[in-house]
Design a protein around this ligand. Structure first.
Ligand SMILES: C[S@@+](CC[C@H](N)C(=O)[O-])C[C@H]1O[C@@H](n2cnc3c(N)ncnc32)[C@H](O)[C@@H]1O
Length: 328
């Protein structure tokens, strides 16, 4: 058994386990009742990918190595970490830098955190009709890490070759892995081959000794101060998760927008807690999907950050979205 991955209490952060009586980091939906809550929460599990949007990770790495070079240890919080693809991406990226990093991933989804602790990951690769593949990819832009696991990786160049080497150092392929396929998936493929790509999957397990710097717990962005002690984080990521604060899940998983009277205080509350958790010169990282920067969220988020003396340090190419903010 790998203690490092299954530990719910980080060696570096005095965390409260969600099941302990003192834990209050649960979502408002809990009021709906336990079963509904568990159902809703588990639906929140989303796919992500390794090295997703590399320029964001590269920025964090360069910043930590140069601007925070005086610090012997760096604490990184990966909020809304889903199954931990980004958490382990950070572990891989920092592994050859000589910098000691402690990375804590948390997510509101219990299943997501259980999966992250197991450290077993699917990588998928789409084949079949080209149009079907590109349409599918448009809808699921997170799936861009197939180069790490599928044929053709011997010819990789530049960053992809570098990431593939790191991936091979960190992960072992699970032999004879047979992914479960739903009947619907099989039927769709048979009936509509022109519109349905074939999804090939391989599974990999993190090597225990490589997971030492990562720990995972269940927790809520809205209760960040119960997870992260004040002024303890050097980098805090909430990538592609803030938009969850702008909608509410209905009974069948349908999302309805929340009114501004709820969104605005929630976003301000998050910013306030981020400010408390970060060290001076720490980074706050937001998602690259525009849903994290929709009008209400963006205006409230950006102005709340500016008020607390944060400044944007990484923008998208047309300057309309600020991905990374520095606490001054
Ligand atoms: C689209 S995924 C993003 C995963 C990853 N950060 C990425 O960008 O690839 C959104 C994640 O946010 C989590 N989430 C939603 N609301 C949350 C909350 N209030 N606190 C913590 N996590 C939350 C969901 O469970 C889900 O895993």
């Amino acid at each position: 058994m790998n203690n490092h991955i299954t530990n719910t209490k980080s060696a570096y952060f005095p965390l409260i386990h969600p099941k302990q009586p003192g834990f209050k980091g649960t979502a408002p939906v809990e009021k709906l009742g336990k079963d509904v809550f568990v159902g809703v929460r588990d639906c929140l599990i989303q796919e992500t990918a390794f090295f997703r949007k590399p320029e964001i990770f590269e920025f964090i790495k360069d910043y930590v190595i140069t601007a925070l070079k005086h610090k012997p240890e760096i604490n990184i919080i990966d909020g809304a970490c889903s199954k931990g693809y980004e958490t382990y991406t950070l572990a891989m990226l920092f592994s050859n830098t000589g910098k000691k990093v402690n990375i804590l991933g948390f997510d509101i989804g219990k299943n997501a955190i259980d999966e992250a602790k197991k450290g077993v990951f699917d990588i998928q690769h789409l084949t079949g009709n080209k149009n079907a593949v590109s349409v599918y990819k448009m809808g699921f832009s997170a799936y861009d890490d197939s180069y790490l696991a599928f044929p053709g990786s011997a010819k990789l160049k530049g960053k992809q070759a570098e990431y593939k080497k790191l991936f091979d150092e960190f992960f072992t392929e699970i032999e004879n892995y047979k992914p479960k396929r739903s009947y619907l998936e099989i039927l769709k493929e048979k009936l509509f081959p022109d519109f349905t790509p074939h999804i090939n999957k391989k599974a990999f397990k993190i090597k225990p000794e490589k997971a030492n710097c990562c720990s995972f717990i269940q927790g809520d962005i809205l209760k960040l101060d119960e997870i992260v002690p004040q002024k303890s984080a050097d980098v805090l990521m909430f990538r592609n998760a803030l938009y969850h604060l702008t909608t509410k899940e209905g009974p069948l998983g349908f999302k309805t927008p929340l009114p501004d009277e709820i969104i605005i205080p929630a976003v301000k509350n998050v910013v306030h807690q981020v400010d408390k958790a970060l060290n001076k010169n720490g980074l706050f990282v937001i998602g690259e999907n525009d849903c994290d920067h929709v009008l209400t969220t963006r205006n409230v988020l950006y102005s709340a950050l500016e008020k607390l003396n944060f400044s944007p340090v990484l923008k998208n190419s047309d300057g309309s979205m600020y991905y990374i903010w520095k606490k001054n």
